[in-house]
Ligand binder design. Structure first.
Ligand code: GLP
Length: 261
């Protein structure tokens, strides 16, 4: 695990965007795994800027989103479909046929989940999986106790997650109890994972993810087992890490050829 501590969420976003840009320039038809939530918003803004100002070309890029709420149609303003259009897809030249997001209105959810897995497999696999983390340690919507080898499936959200995500819904609109999410095993199959976390509300779970035991009670901790994972934190999210001075030293002394900046 590589742990990089930046001075602000904007600097974290800029670094993650550079990593995406480097991949897309090297492999124009790269397969990106994409998250939602507040954390990736500055990252998507930076990717839009790179597209507009530096001609970063998404024409052949393929994308797979981590999750979607069950019962929300793609035109529902609180759906992750709408989130992705608003923050990224409507502002870059990604082709509609290359965008994949679980269908929250699928009649046969189990068949839709299997088809999602198959669609990922057919591309040759996800090159870079971008991730956020929930305060309970979830990645995608893999809540605590999720099997660490799970695949795309229906998940029941915890009260805590529903409470936290309420801010993304209109007042009076209830957060759905169920979601379709890529599994932990699906995420672990990605060739590279890049997880972003910012703010002091994430400090405790970030410490557990990086320095605690690998446990299904903190699903993100499984990333300790991934051969190529980068965790990008701001100072607040990093504040409880026991080895934070060590991580800063390692990153500060990396040879130029290994750096993304
Ligand atoms: C949701 C998403 C996760 C995301 C999490 C954190 O639950 N399903 O993929 O990581 O929110 O969101 P935020 O970045 O707003 O803290």
């Amino acid at each position: 695990m590589e742990v990089i501590i930046q001075s602000s969420p904007e600097r974290s976003a800029a670094l993650a965007a550079k990593m995406v840009a480097r991949l897309v320039r090297e492999k124009p038809d790269a397969v990106l795994g994409l998250p939602t939530g507040g954390t990736p918003v500055p990252l998507y803004a930076e990717l839009v800027r790179l597209h507009r100002e530096e001609k970063l070309d998404f024409a052949k890029v393929r994308t797979f989103n981590l999750d979607e709420y069950v019962g929300l149609a793609s035109d529902n303003a609180s759906s992750y479909h709408a989130f992705m259009r608003g923050h990224l897809f409507d502002h870059i030249n990604v082709q509609a046929k290359n965008i994949h997001i679980p269908d929250g209105m699928a009649k046969d959810i189990s068949a839709a989940c299997n088809a999602y897995e198959e669609a990922i497999r057919k591309t040759g696999g996800i090159d870079m999986q971008l991730l956020g983390i929930g305060t309970d340690g979830h990645i995608g919507f893999n809540e605590p106790s999720s099997s660490l080898s799970s695949r795309t499936r229906l998940k029941t959200l915890t009260d805590k997650t529903m409470h936290f995500n309420q801010s993304h819904f209109a007042p009076g609109q209830k957060v759905p109890r169920y979601a379709i999410t890529m599994g932990v095993g699906t995420i672990m199959d990605a060739k590279q994972c890049v997880l972003l976390a910012s703010g002091s509300a994430k400090a405790s779970v970030v410490q557990q993810m990086i320095e605690g035991p690998v446990t299904a009670m903190v699903p993100a901790s499984v990333l300790q087992m991934h051969p190529r994972t980068t965790i990008i934190l701001d100072d607040d999210a990093a504040k409880s890490l026991r080895l934070k001075d060590y991580y800063r030293f390692v990153y500060g002394n990396k040879p130029d050829w290994q750096r993304c900046e």
